[in-house]
Design a protein around this ligand. Structure first.
Ligand SMILES: *Cc1c(COP(=O)(O)O)cnc(C)c1O
Length: 361
């Protein structure tokens, strides 16, 4: 099996081996040390300020998106959300459910956010800004510098969902003045799904302390308190946290975030160049693509992107990522996260060439 989806992704042999082991009891000094080292490594890889704190939430990325909104925003805020795809919609949905007033900044599917689109919201009384740095559903990477400048000028609390962008696209939390960065275990961290990560700067920690959130499991102040000694309020996904420990140690050892982003970029560029070199009838969908994923549109009339996904799965045992909704038959995506090699991309490209030769692409 080859998996080019945008999560879960292919895991290294080292991470896979940990997944096959028994799970140890976790209220121990040994496990606390693992957690504190995980926190330190995440901070380093995100370029977080020294006084930032990291929460490891047992739950997928959406759990951390929701927990962040519940614990750092309230009915007294006015939030702006970049709404250019299904993950932008998800933030809107979460804000609506939790009674946080918000305005979506509409962004055409596959297109970037522009300074012109932001201009009407300048000095307009907003307090917070939420963006999915990589809008994984369309493959677009938004301009963090543009957003960071806007937030600085307007004193906005900035929440960045970097669930697919972390380790794939440049992100320096301190330089961009980001207050919260969210990521997940099953994307470029390339471990099993089930853990998501919330990195909170000092301001975010203050908002969490003041929130008094009406939830037991999603009260982040309890995670911050127990995290000081490397523990969590409830039983975490211990096995995944051990996988993360191996993966984070490997990342720090192998050149850190800059080198890892470069590796993702190399995989993405190789695949994109080969599509052109082989003359495959596919065109890119994203105006500015993230290194995490390539979104592709079959150019020939009558070819369904969803059928391409199904054929690759059923006949080749290869997963690419289908789209939903209005893009279902138009767009499919190929991920560049996880333990994928040039040879793996060649296998996929050969399969795509065969489909093209048979009139099925
Ligand atoms: C994968 C992803 C999520 C989270 O999805 P889960 O299925 O809840 O893990 C959120 N935002 C982005 C941008 C993602 O790529």
């Amino acid at each position: 099996m080859l998996n080019f989806a945008v999560g879960p992704v292919m895991m290294s042999d080292e991470v896979l081996a940990i997944g096959g082991e028994q799970i140890p009891y976790f209220r121990t000094p040994e496990f606390s040390r693992v957690m504190l080292e995980n926190e330190q490594a995440v901070k380093e890889l995100m370029g977080a300020p020294d006084d930032a704190r990291v929460i490891f939430m047992t739950g997928s990325g959406t759990a951390s998106m929701e927990a962040t909104v519940m614990n750092t925003l309230s009915g007294a805020d006015r939030a702006l959300v970049v709404d250019g795809g299904s993950f932008g919609h998800r933030f809107c949905e979460i804000l609506r459910i939790h009674g946080v007033p918000y305005t979506p900044i509409p962004c055409e599917s596959g297109r970037v956010l522009t300074a012109e689109a932001l201009a009407p919201f300048e000095g307009a009384g907003y307090t917070a800004f939420l963006v999915n740095l990589g809008e994984t559903s369309t493959g677009v990477l938004y301009d963090l510098d543009l957003i960071a400048d806007f937030c600085r000028r307007n004193h906005l609390f900035l929440i960045v969902d970097a669930i697919s962008s972390f380790l794939c696209d440049p992100l320096d939390m301190r330089a961009a003045g980001v207050n919260v960065v969210i990521t997940g275990s099953q994307k470029a961290l390339a471990t099993a799904p089930g853990i998501s990560v919330i990195c909170c700067d000092r301001t975010a920690q203050e908002r969490i302390a003041a929130a008094g959130v009406a939830s037991l499991y999603f009260d982040l102040s309890a995670y911050l308190r127990d995290g000081e000694r490397g523990q969590t309020p409830f039983t975490p996904a211990v096995g995944i946290l051990l996988q993360l420990h191996a993966r984070l140690s490997q990342l720090v050892r192998d050149g850190g975030v800059r080198r890892e982003v470069e590796r993702a970029r190399e995989r993405a560029m190789y695949f994109r160049r080969q599509i052109e070199a082989r003359g495959l009838p596919l065109r890119p969908f994203a105006e500015v693509p993230s290194n995490a994923v390539t979104s592709l549109v079959p150019v020939h009339e009558g070819i369904s992107a969803y059928t391409v996904f199904e054929t690759l799965k059923d006949e080749y045992n290869i997963f690419v990522c289908p789209n939903g909704g209005a893009l279902r038959d138009r767009v499919f995506r190929v991920g560049h996260m996880g333990a994928l090699t040039t040879a793996d991309y060649d296998t996929l490209l050969t399969a795509l060439s065969e489909l093209a030769a048979g009139g099925r692409l």
